[in-house]
Write a protein that binds this ligand. Structure first.
Ligand code: GDP
Ligand code: ZN
Length: 490
């Protein structure tokens, strides 16, 4: 269906399901409904709780105050942990085991059984003041002997756990057609769990391609999860372990620990949360640079038929790269909107709300994914229209570029396909797809200069800092495949 279109022009190519865009459009509406209805139910719950509490004992009243305090004291996630690897190797199941929540799925995704967009969840990492055990809160709660046992206790010694830090999980899609979404997700990750299922030969094509993407994005804090060990014999698991060792030799993950796991049976999940704490350290925050925000999602959170007075402005979701932002401040979004002449004009708006998950914040800093509610007309943010844009304080963002120069470095071979295909040099007039930050574009190669610097005339402009990492893909047998990386040069 979409395939015929693909061949007509690049602009259309950019919106084909090959890049995971068409599906997004189809599904966003459902999400909108889901989100707003879930909000409503939580609100409802709160009010009923309050009223019952009023009429009961003092003890319960105390609890309410405590809850409120926790809410205002909410501490933002300090890093994004990516989950990468071949489709069906257990990424979404592991996020659930670590965080206690399924990353939000769209009904299309449920039907097809694959993650289409970047999934998102978060977990509080706790530490025992007595035995120093480090563990994710929901993992500790899962390890309780009985559901009646108190939550938040150390599973080893029974002491009350202390909060250490909050982390976010970014669940990247593992299907080969969604590589562009994976690449834009990689630009947000501070570390990653590479999942490799023990019941398949290692490496599978996207295991290879995702590991290369981690290398390109310079994500060095990697933990390898040998998942589904429940489904193979001990001998097979050892053989598979050796395949992993062989596969990562000479790569960025050469010295990464390998943890055998069964995500579905919750086995060794406690060990993973400890390793995350050890290896995926929160990056140092850059408060001093200008506020820069990569947009990874955008939504209209209103339910169809909402009253005008209760309509919420457009919401942008993503990660702060540098600086901070507070409610009430103005932001500019670039490249912004396309006008009829093909030029893009930036959008200026005001931040009305900031959320991490269900928690409202007054200001936010770099770390986990957040959602910024703006004064924009929600039709402008509907169906992920603003993906790949960046937000900053007005007049501080880099110029929008319609033509880019990239110092390109090519891989030796294409990693994402079943068969071995050598990467041949990029040639003039070739169509190249690039991902810079969360932004996806494509263009024809106009020139090839010294040091393999290619000049690309883009179909969709980008707004990015000089020196930004660029993932480079080319069309091979009807699929865009990762063939290399580069840096933006001015
Ligand atoms: P993703 O595509 O990598 O996100 O994989 P999912 O988390 O959606 O899992 C794919 C399938 O594998 C689902 O049917 C899971 O129930 C199953 N699965 C996940 N983890 C395990 C595991 O540890 N053992 C077994 N046997 N199955 C698993
Ligand atoms: Zn303890």
């Amino acid at each position: 269906m979409g395939k015929k279109k693909k061949k007509t022009s690049t602009e259309e190519e950019l919106s084909t399901d090959e890049l995971g865009i068409t599906e997004k459009k189809k599904t966003t509406k459902k999400k909108t409904i889901k989100k707003s209805s879930s909000k409503k139910t939580t609100k409802k719950k709160k009010t009923t709780k309050k009223t019952t509490k009023k009429s009961t004992s003092k003890k319960t009243k105390k609890k309410t105050t405590k809850k409120k305090l926790e809410k205002t004291d909410f501490i933002q996630s300090s890093c994004n942990v990516g989950l990468v690897g071949h489709v069906d190797h257990g990424k979404t199941t592991l996020v659930k085991a670590l965080s206690g929540t399924w990353t939000e799925k769209y009904s299309d995704e449920i039907n097809r059984g694959i993650t289409i967009k970047l999934g998102y969840a978060e977990a509080a990492i706790m530490q025992c003041p007595n035995c120093n055990l480090v563990i994710a809160e929901s993992v500790a709660n899962n390890l309780r002997k009985s559901k009646k046992d108190q939550k938040g206790m150390c599973p080893k010694c029974g002491t009350k756990l202390n909060f250490k830090r909050r982390i976010s999980f970014v669940d990247a899609p593992g299907h080969e057609i969604l590589m562009a979404t994976m690449l834009s997700g990689a630009s947000l990750m501070d570390g990653a769990l590479l999942l490799i299922a023990a019941n398949e030969i290692c490496p599978q094509p996207q295991t290879r391609e995702h590991l290369a993407a981690l290398g390109i994005a310079k994500i060095e804090n990697i933990i390898i999860i040998q998942n589904k060990v429940d489904s193979v014999s001990k001998e097979k698991a050892i053989e598979h372990y050796n395949q992993i060792k062989e596969f990562v030799k000479g790569t960025i993950a050469e010295n990464a620990p390998i943890i055998p796991t069964s995500a579905i049976f919750n086995s060794n999940i406690d060990l993973i949360s400890q390793k995350i704490e050890e290896i995926i350290i929160s990056p140092e925050l850059d408060y001093d640079s200008e506020f820069l925000f990569n947009i990874a999602r955008s939504f209209d959170v209103n339910r169809p038929g909402s009253e005008i007075d209760s309509i919420h402005g457009g919401v942008i979701g993503g990660s702060i790269i540098t600086g901070k932002i507070s409610v009430g401040e103005e932001i500019e979004i670039r490249p912004g909107f396309r006008s009829k002449d093909g030029k893009y004009s930036s959008i200026v708006t005001t931040v009305q709300t900031i959320y991490e998950g269900k928690n409202s914040l007054n200001s936010a800093k770099p770390g986990g994914l957040i959602a910024i509610g703006t004064k924009l007309d929600p039709s402008l943010t509907r169906t992920d229209q603003l993906i790949g844009n960046v937000a900053g304080k007005p007049s501080t963002l880099p110029e929008v570029q319609y033509t880019v120069e990239i110092e390109a470095h090519l891989l030796k071979e294409v990693l994402g396909a079943e068969e071995k295909i050598a990467v041949t040099p990029i040639i003039k007039n070739e169509l190249i797809m690039i991902v810079v930050g969360t932004s996806l574009s494509a263009g024809m190669v106009q020139n090839i200069g010294k040091k393999n610097t290619i000049t690309l005339k883009l179909k969709r402009p980008i707004c990015a800092l000089d020196g930004s990492i660029v993932a480079i893909s080319r069309r091979i047998k009807n699929r865009f495949r990762l063939i290399g990386y580069g840096y933006l040069v001015s």
